[in-house]
Write a protein that binds this ligand. Structure first.
Ligand code: ADP
Ligand code: AMP
Length: 213
């Protein structure tokens, strides 16, 4: 198996970029989406994660590593994973290395989406998503065609409960403390490719494709 890691602060556009890459044969795996699915189904894991996510805190490493372990071990060797929102801590990055080694796989690249905090606050406060298919919109920068319903399935779009300004600021500081150190971790392995995420969606997508070519 092969994996590409999408790294970058919340709101940098990881999910938005991943939407086009899944058309290129990558399997998009977002730990945030997996956790939100557990919340929707009201599983014990979902109930534990909900309170933490609403405060902008991380769920425990063993929980997300367990989800990724299940996915990787249930997939055949030819899978191409696009990891979005995982790993987010050094412990998760080390566990991912172990999981990938145990499957004789490789991390091909780490795409780092750089975006200033001011831009992120604007992006996250206007974000809307489809609870049915997971499509991501922005009311100003990438609006749905009709009102506030999904272009794909006409489901009413929702605003995530962790996209309030206060929680956004908390998530940015958690990113700086716990996730930003992964840049050095992967740079030492020569895997990091930087993309300026403070450009139009089309330009960011094109730059990411170029880094993966
Ligand atoms: P992440 O997955 O990194 O948290 P998203 O892909 O959900 O980020 O994007 C956050 C918000 O910003 C969404 O509302 C999305 O529509 C919008 N967005 C993403 N990329 C851009 C961009 N390049 N320019 C303007 N808005 C963007
Ligand atoms: P995201 O959809 O990637 O913005 O993630 C939303 C929230 O889910 C995060 O703020 C965390 O609370 C939680 N989460 C997602 N991925 C992880 C992870 N790899 N480690 C810990 N918490 C995570």
């Amino acid at each position: 198996m092969k994996a590409v890691v999408l790294l970058g602060p919340p709101g940098a556009g990881k999910g938005t970029v991943a939407e086009v890459l899944s058309e290129k044969g990558y399997r998009h795996v977002s730990t945030g989406d997996l956790l939100r699915a557990q919340i929707k189904e009201q599983t014990p894991l979902g109930l534990e994660a909900k309170a933490l996510m609403e405060q902008g805190k991380f769920v425990p490493d063993n929980v997300v590593v367990g989800m990724i372990r299940d996915l990787i071990s249930n997939t055949d060797g030819s899978a191409n994973f696009l990891l979005d929102g995982f790993p987010r801590t050094l412990v998760q990055a080390q566990k991912l290395d172990e999981l990938i080694a145990s499957e004789n796989g490789t991390i091909e690249r780490v795409i780092l989406l750089r975006c200033p905090d001011k831009v992120i606050v604007k992006r996250l406060s206007g974000r809307r998503s489809c609870p049915e298919c997971g499509a991501v919109y922005h009311m100003l920068y990438n609006p749905p065609k009709n009102g506030e319903v999904c272009d794909n399935d006409a489901t009413a779009l929702i605003q995530r409960s962790d996209d309030k300004e206060e929680t956004i600021l908390n998530r940015l500081s958690v990113y700086a403390e716990q996730t930003a150190p992964l840049i050095g971790f992967y740079a030492e392995k020569g895997l990091v490719r930087e993309v300026n995420a403070d450009q139009s969606i089309a330009d960011v997508r094109a730059d990411v494709m170029e880094q993966l070519a």
